[in-house]
Write a protein of this length. Structure first.
Ligand SMILES: [Zn+2]
Length: 243
């Protein structure tokens, strides 16, 4: 449970700092730290669950990190720099100047909806939030979806022309490619039965439910089904992991 650990670690540090602050208690130097400090300790204790909740607060994907936006505006280098600074450099992308460590060296093994997956350690708490939302909200007909195969970190780039797949940073997840195709990708994808016309929109080209897509999007993930690629299996975290 890295997220829970981090939260309790953070509050411990905060408490320690408070105790060490030279000005702490300066307003009442002669009074024994009784009722007031007890109250403060109680408030700090109460603040803990609030922090956990905040970690899963709604978050939007940053527009400049969205593929169709940076391709249109020519801001691919800015998007790459942001990712390298936050997650580390990736092999062959010339990003070593922006980060000391590689993204791959920060990979973490975890699970999502009971399935094993390897992602960047900073994305683990984000996936936890998505899973929590799905388990709470996506039950019943038309909302439920049961994944069978998922993928995260990848070590070979699938893009050309300077783009770097978010799988290389460990911030993307693919869910059941055979049930959620990428109709705009290279062959053989377009020949998938869901890409063969008849669909009114991209939501009809995937078995993922709107509830699942909404759950990811609430927590800073972008669904690549919205992109020209119509890559419906693919979600990528485009929020700020350090916020
Ligand atoms: Zn993908």
């Amino acid at each position: 449970m890295p997220s829970a650990l981090r939260v309790s670690g953070a509050s411990l540090v905060a408490c320690a700092l408070l105790a060490l602050l030279p000005g702490a208690g300066r307003a009442e130097p002669h009074r024994a730290p009784t009722a007031r400090s007890a109250k403060r300790a109680e408030a700090a204790h109460r603040a803990k669950p609030k922090k956990v909740k905040k970690a899963c607060a709604r978050e939007k994907a940053k527009p400049f990190l969205v593929r169709q936006n940076y391709l249109k505006s020519g801001q691919l280098p800015k998007a790459l720099r942001f990712r390298a600074e936050r997650y580390g450099w990736v092999e062959g992308a010339g990003l070593e100047g922006f980060a000391e460590h590689s993204a791959l060296s920060q990979a973490a093994q975890t699970t999502f909806m009971g399935l094993p997956i390897r992602v960047h350690k900073k994305v683990v708490p984000k996936l936890r939030c998505v899973e929590r939302t799905i388990r709470k909200s996506c039950n019943g007909k038309g909302k439920r979806y049961v994944p069978k195969a998922i993928g995260g970190f990848r070590e070979a780039n699938t893009y050309r022309q300077g783009e770097v797949s978010n799988h290389m940073f460990g911030i993307a997840i693919d869910i059941d490619p055979d049930r959620n195709p990428c109709c705009g990708c290279v062959d053989p994808w377009p020949s998938h039965r869901y890409c063969q016309g008849g669909a009114k929109n991209v939501f009809e080209k995937t078995e993922l439910t709107r509830c699942w897509i909404d759950a990811f999007e609430q927590h800073g993930f972008y669904w690549l089904g919205r992109d020209q690629l119509e890559d419906t299996m693919h979600f990528e975290y485009l929020g700020d992991p350090d916020r």
